[in-house]
Design a protein around this ligand. Structure first.
Ligand SMILES: Cc1ncc(COP(=O)(O)O)c(C=O)c1O
Length: 356
C-alpha cells in the first residue's frame, strides 16, 4: 500500500521480503535473528557489516565514531547536552517543532541561547546563518536539519565556528552529506534507517573525548558506549539487523546520489500539484521546502476530511497532518515508490478540480 507515514515510515519492499525469508531460520543457522545472542559471532558480523555499509554510504571519516544507541532522538536531546556541554552553555537554531523540543530539553540542563528562529512573512524561511546571533563560548550549536512536522529543511550547512550538532532524524540517508562539517549527527531510525528502536549517533573523536570528563552512567555516555562497541548492554538486535538490510538496499539502489535524485523528483511533483491549485496551501519558502515531509492545508478547511476519506479509499496511508498543526502531510522517505507519488499527485489534482 502507498505509505506516506512520517514515522515509523515505509520500509523497502525488498527488505521486508528478506526479513520474511530469514525470519525463522537466519541463513540456515536454525534460529532467528530475534533469538540470536548479541555476543554471538553471527550477530557481531551483522553489526559490523551494518556499520561498514553505513560508513561507505555516508562517507564517514575514520575520526568519527558510529554508535547504535536507544531512546530515540528524544533521548539525544538530553544526551548531547550531558555528554558535550563542557562550557555550561549551548546554542540552538529554532526552526520548528522538533528544534523547539530539543531546545526545551536542553534548557532543563544548561544555559541555552537561541541564535535564530524562522521568519514568518508571506512565507516561512530559515534566516541566512550569516544573520544569526553569535554565541561565543557555547559548547556547540544545535540544528534540526529537517523539521518533520513543519516541512522545513536547511538548504545549506550553516556557517559557524562552533561544533555543529545536528538532529538528522528525518533527512539522513536522503542525499549525500559532508559528515566532516558536523561535530555530531544523530537520528532516530524509524524513517530512512529502519524500524524504531535504534538511534544512530555519528560523533567526531574530539567530542567523544569531551564525554570522558562527564560522570554519566555508562549507557548514557558516548565514550563508554563507543568503547563497548555499542554493546554495553543488550542492543536492539533486530532493529540493528533490519537497518543493515536497508543500508545494503541503499547501496544496491546506487547509494545516496540516486536517493537524492529520486527524492528531488518526487518532491518536485508533489509541490507542483500543490502550487498549481489554489485549494492547496504550503507556506514554506521554496528555498527551505522539505523533500521528505510535505505538509499542506486546504484553503477551505472543511474539505480536509473529504480529502482524507478519498485517500483512504485509494489505499493511501498516513496523509493526516501531525496533531500539533493538523492539515495534511505527505512524507516521501526513500522507500516511497515513484508509482505511489504519481498516484498521489493524480488524486490531489482530481480532488482540486472537483472542488474549484
Ligand atoms: C526531526 C525529529 N527529531 C526528533 C524526533 C523524535 O524522535 P523519537 O521519537 O525517535 O524520539 C522526531 C520524530 O519524528 C523527528 O522527526
Amino acid at each position: 500500500m502507498p505509505n506516506f507515514n512520517a514515522g515509523p515510515a515505509a520500509m523497502p519492499q525488498a527488505v521486508l521480503e528478506s526479513i520474511q525469508t530469514n525470519l525463522q531460520d537466519y541463513q540456515g543457522l536454525g534460529l532467528s535473528v530475534l533469538e540470536m545472542s548479541h555476543r554471538s559471532p553471527e550477530f557481531a558480523e551483522i553489526a559490523a557489516r551494518a556499520e561498514s555499509d553505513l560508513r561507505q554510504l555516508l562517507g564517514i571519516p575514520t575520526d568519527y565514531a558510529v554508535l547504535f544507541m536507544q531512546g530515540g532522538a528524544s533521548a539525544q536531546f538530553a544526551l548531547c547536552v550531558q555528554n558535550l556541554d563542557v562550557h555550561g552553555k549551548v546554542a540552538y537554531a529554532n526552526t520548528g517543532y522538533w528544534s523547539q523540543k530539543a531546545m526545551n530539553c536542553a534548557q532543563s540542563l544548561t544555559a541555552v541561547q537561541q541564535v535564530t528562529h524562522c521568519s514568518e512573512g508571506k512565507t516561512i524561511r530559515i534566516p541566512d546563518s550569516a544573520d544569526w546571533a553569535q554565541s561565543p563560548g557555547a559548547s556547540f550549536l544545535h540544528i534540526t536539519d529537517n523539521e518533520t512536522i513543519d516541512g522545513i529543511v536547511f538548504n545549506e550547512v550553516p556557517a559557524t565556528d562552533l561544533p555543529l550538532v545536528c538532529d538528522m532524524s528525518s533527512s539522513i540517508l536522503s542525499q549525500p552529506i559532508d559528515v566532516s562539517r558536523y561535530g555530531m549527527i544523530y537520528a532516530g531510525a524509524q524513517k530512512n534507517i529502519g524500524p524504531a528502536g535504534i538511534t544512530l549517533v555519528i560523533v567526531h573523536e574530539a567530542l567523544l573525548a569531551r564525554s570522558e570528563s562527564q560522570s554519566l552512567p555508562p549507557v548514557f555516555s558516548y565514550s563508554a558506549m563507543h568503547k563497548a562497541g555499542s554493546m554495553l548492554n543488550t542492543p536492539p538486535t533486530f532493529a540493528w539487523y533490519a537497518a543493515g538490510l536497508v543500508f545494503d538496499w541503499l547501496r544496491q539502489q546506487g547509494g545516496l546520489s540516486a536517493m537524492a535524485e529520486q527524492n528531488q523528483r518526487q518532491a518536485a511533483s508533489v509541490y507542483a500539484v500543490l502550487d498549481e491549485h489554489a485549494l492547496y496551501v504550503n507556506r514554506v519558502d521554496p528555498i527551505n521546502r522539505s523533500r521528505m515531509n510535505i505538509p499542506f492545508t486546504l484553503a477551505d478547511e472543511s474539505l480536509t476530511e473529504a480529502l482524507l476519506v478519498g485517500a483512504n479509499a485509494r489505499g493511501f496511508i498516513g496523509l493526516k497532518g501531525h496533531k500539533s498543526i493538523g492539515g495534511l502531510r505527505a512524507s516521501l522517505y526513500n522507500a516511497v515508490t515513484d508509482q505511489a507519488v504519481e498516484d498521489l499527485v493524480d488524486y490531489l489534482a482530481s480532488f482540486a478540480r472537483e472542488h474549484v
